[in-house]
Design a binder for this molecule. Structure first.
Ligand SMILES: NC(=O)c1ccc[n+]([C@@H]2O[C@H](COP(=O)([O-])OP(=O)(O)OC[C@H]3O[C@@H](n4cnc5c(N)ncnc54)[C@H](O)[C@@H]3O)[C@@H](O)[C@H]2O)c1
Length: 374
């Protein structure tokens, strides 16, 4: 039996991980500040496992953290400011929590008294920036960026820098060079680098989970920046048209929460003492337009999504996971289909607190000049 500390354990991924660890006989401590964006009533969520030991606290509070880490054999660090877009203007806050919290944990592991023997970091797919692409004439392209002039003409697909041909997205492997294009992505990149260095310097077993967008029950339906699936569900629930950015052709890889937890568990149990990075994705690509269609079908809604041609600065056109390393090192897993996963999420969404703040979100984007090209 392990003593596992989950920072951010009252959140979406952390609470599911706590359930699974407790079901497998481990003792779980949750450290969570109960960020009001995620927990609007300021209380630990009703879904939080009552067998977990809950501590309300902040990963930025070094002295408090030191007393908590002392007795933990495993740390899963998930506490974070989340979401790409708000990080474009909340630069200091993202840096302080994401980098500062990780600095504190690693400093305590390096200097304090503890019995910790494994550290797992929750990172993000967005460290890649644009995913990998291929040009039919010139081959694989790894450091792709988009051209504002083309975007203004509503041509969103990145083009080959040599021949100008439209590029096609291909799976992105973990050893691809990273290219963080937002403050959030940069903090995740810094967290990863710090953990890799720490693991190497102290021969400390560590692992990094690069989550692709995770969806499922308990995902916040009140935080308008929490992800596209809650946004679409919130619109359709209120019989409103989902409004898609660009032309709806953005490519993502959505992973069902229980698949993500299965992978995390394998990472925790893995005896590999090198610091491995894993893409926690399904390996399946889906366009946002297709996703909206799937959600509408599962909700038996006839409302069609509308294309807005609004482009958000810093947004990524396409990225989906190459899962070969995952399948090779941690064992084969067959991801659940989007239809099944969304069906389970909807069952929960019927009673969960939710709000549709799409228009409010657009006002914020316009105010912050995130949407200003078209
Ligand atoms: N959910 C996804 O699709 C996704 C995708 C990529 C990466 N991730 C990463 O996975 C991790 C977990 O994400 P999630 O979806 O469960 O997010 P979440 O927002 O649901 O949970 C994060 C939790 O961290 C807590 N928290 C925030 N600041 C804190 C602080 N200073 N000290 C202690 N607790 C704090 C919040 O109160 C919240 O309960 C994060 O590191 C996130 O960056 C998630």
């Amino acid at each position: 039996m392990e003593h596992v500390l989950i920072t951010g354990g009252a959140g979406f991924i952390g609470s599911h991980l706590a359930d699974r660890l407790i079901a497998e006989g481990h003792e779980v401590t949750i450290l969570d500040t109960l960020d009001p964006l995620i927990h609007p009533d300021g209380k630990p969520p009703a879904y939080m496992n009552h067998k977990a030991f809950f501590i309300k606290g902040d990963v930025c509070d070094y002295d408090h953290l030191r007393t908590i880490i002392k007795d933990q054999s495993v740390i899963v660090h998930l506490a974070s400011r989340v979401g790409i877009m708000p990080s474009l203007w909340n630069i200091k806050d993202y840096w302080d929590v994401n980098v500062g919290g990780t600095v504190n944990i690693l400093d305590i592991l390096a200097n304090g008294e503890h019995c910790c023997k494994k550290f797992v970091l929750g990172s993000s797919w967005c460290v890649y920036g644009e995913g990998s692409y291929i040009c039919p004439s010139c081959g694989v392209k790894d450091m792709v960026s988009r051209d504002e002039e083309s975007i203004k003409k509503h041509h969103y697909q990145p083009a080959c820098d040599k021949c100008g041909h439209d590029l096609e997205a291909i799976p992105t492997p973990e050893d691809r060079v990273t290219n963080p294009s937002s403050s959030y992505a940069l903090t995740k990149h810094v967290q990863e680098t710090m953990v890799k260095n720490f693991s190497r310097e102290y021969s400390f077993p560590a692992a990094i989970a690069r989550f692709f967008p995770v969806y499922g029950p308990r995902q916040s339906l009140t935080n308008q920046f929490a992800g596209i699936i809650p946004v679409i569900i919130n619109r359709l629930k209120r019989k409103k048209t989902p409004i898609l950015f660009e032309d709806g052709g953005q490519i993502r890889d959505f992973i069902w929460i229980h698949d993500a937890i299965e992978i995390l568990m394998r990472m925790i149990y893995s005896s590999d003492d090198k610091c491995r990075v894993y893409n926690v994705g399904s390996g399946r690509q889906v366009s946002i337009m297709k996703l909206a269609g799937i959600i509408a079908r599962v909700m038996s809604s006839k409302i069609q999504p509308s294309i807005s041609h609004m482009y958000r600065r810093g947004d990524i056109r396409a990225c989906y996971a190459d899962t070969s390393r995952l399948q090779h090192d941690l064992g084969i897993f067959l991801p659940v289909s989007l239809e099944l996963g969304i069906d389970e999420m909807l069952e929960w969404a019927q009673t969960a607190e939710s709000c549709d703040s799409f228009e409010k979100m657009i006002d914020v984007y316009k105010n912050k000049k995130i949407i200003d090209l078209n």
